[in-house]
Design a protein around this ligand. Structure first.
Ligand code: 5GP
Ligand code: ZN
Length: 115
């Protein structure tokens, strides 16, 4: 737990969030500024900066994040119509919170990815 990390503080319950799925190791909550009709952020409770460092340090936990993203997609009714799972990684990708998180986006047609 990093005291100056926003998502560590959400995981610890110090900052409120609308939680939609949680286990002992992962947490999913609605994005505060949704970019799609459904926009949920999935994090491991343990602090890792991005998905690549997480996959190197703890591949089992990376799989748990993906499984939670799937559970969220199913619970939100996205699995039939399709959805996007995005890990922004680093500054050029627009990562602003350096605690790894998957964006689960769906609920309507999504725009093309930037090239
Ligand atoms: P990134 O830009 O790092 O890929 O994504 C960070 C995401 O966290 C953004 O979509 C942003 O809207 C979301 N976010 C930032 N602060 C908060 C917050 O306090 N609560 C919630 N629920 N989401 C947040
Ligand atoms: Zn953190």
């Amino acid at each position: 737990m990093s005291e100056d990390c926003l998502f560590c503080r959400i995981s610890a319950g110090e900052i409120p969030a609308t939680v939609v799925h949680e286990t002992g190791t992962v947490l999913a909550f609605r994005d505060i500024a949704p970019q799609a009709p459904v926009h949920v952020v999935v994090i491991p409770r343990a602090h890792h900066a991005d998905v690549i460092t997480l996959a190197e340090a703890d591949p089992g936990l990376a799989s748990e994040v993906l499984a939670a993203a799937g559970a969220v997609a199913k619970a939100e009714g996205l699995t039939g119509t399709g959805f996007r799972v995005v890990f922004n990684t680093g500054a050029h990708a627009g990562q602003t919170v350096f605690h790894v998180h998957a964006h689960v986006l769906g609920g309507g047609p999504l725009g093309a990815l930037a090239s």
